[in-house]
Write a protein that binds this ligand. Sequence first.
Ligand code: CP
Ligand code: NVA
Length: 298
Amino acid sequence: MKNLLSIEQLSATEIEEILHSAAGRKKNRGSELAMPLKGQTWALLFAKSSTRTRVSFEVGIRELGGDVMFLNANDIQLGRGEPIKDTARVLGRMIHGAIIRTFAQQDIEDFAQYSGIPTINALTDQEHPCQILADIFTFQEKRGSIVGKVVTFVGDGACNVPASWVFAAAKLGFELRIAAPSKYQPSPELLKRAGGKIVCTSDLKAAAAGADILYTDVWVSMGKESESAERIRDLSGYQINGDLIKLAKSDALVMHCLPAYRGKEIDEATFEANAETIFDEAENRLHVQKAILALVSK
Ligand code: CP
Ligand code: NVA
């Protein structure tokens, strides 16, 4: 596996390999002997804000023996209109791998093609694969296999995070329910491409009934700020809170990819009551991404 550009392009075996390797890396953090990125320099090329993804990749690359540089897309010529394929051909001659956070999925596909170096998707408008791999890892570490379980996504079901959940559901064999107004549900084209057992509904209560995971993400994703007022109006009610949790399984996990907006997609009390799981998800980004880095640099 040379790149990790989407969950869609991963096989179930590759997902399992990443999750298995991440478990070992978490257990042995600090005493790992292999340094697969020794002598290498990696770049993080980001066109959007980030806390977790940036820090976990920077730390992970260093812990695997590599050096890392952070490139804000606006600070390099890319921000002034230099094509991604030219940026890719330059970086491909100098560095050993790239982690990219941007808008269009096509840009990371093009970067991977033109750079020829391992390329990892750190979030696009279409997918957030590293996040969902860390989320599945977190669920399995607490509750065992996700196969056959019910994952209920609440909120903006048409953004990157639920899209990656859609592809993961089909590959790993769990049921995914997306509770969102119809305008905020994944496109029929994406659902058809993914296959699997996906239920999209505007009936929040029905979607939450018997769920093993209640999961949410921001109502206003990066790049959608101009739609803030409309989204807050349309999505109000699609919130994880104490009433909703009562409908899920008694041992259901409440998960959030972060950053969280209390009073919007989740209420304060529910967030704080589930903070341990939510911040485990954040920590697990590090372990899962170290597994990904080791795999793509093989
Ligand atoms: N969940 C996530 O990707 O967080 P950041 O935007 O802070 O990287
Ligand atoms: N859907 C969110 C995820 C943030 C990690 C966004 O794209 O802003």
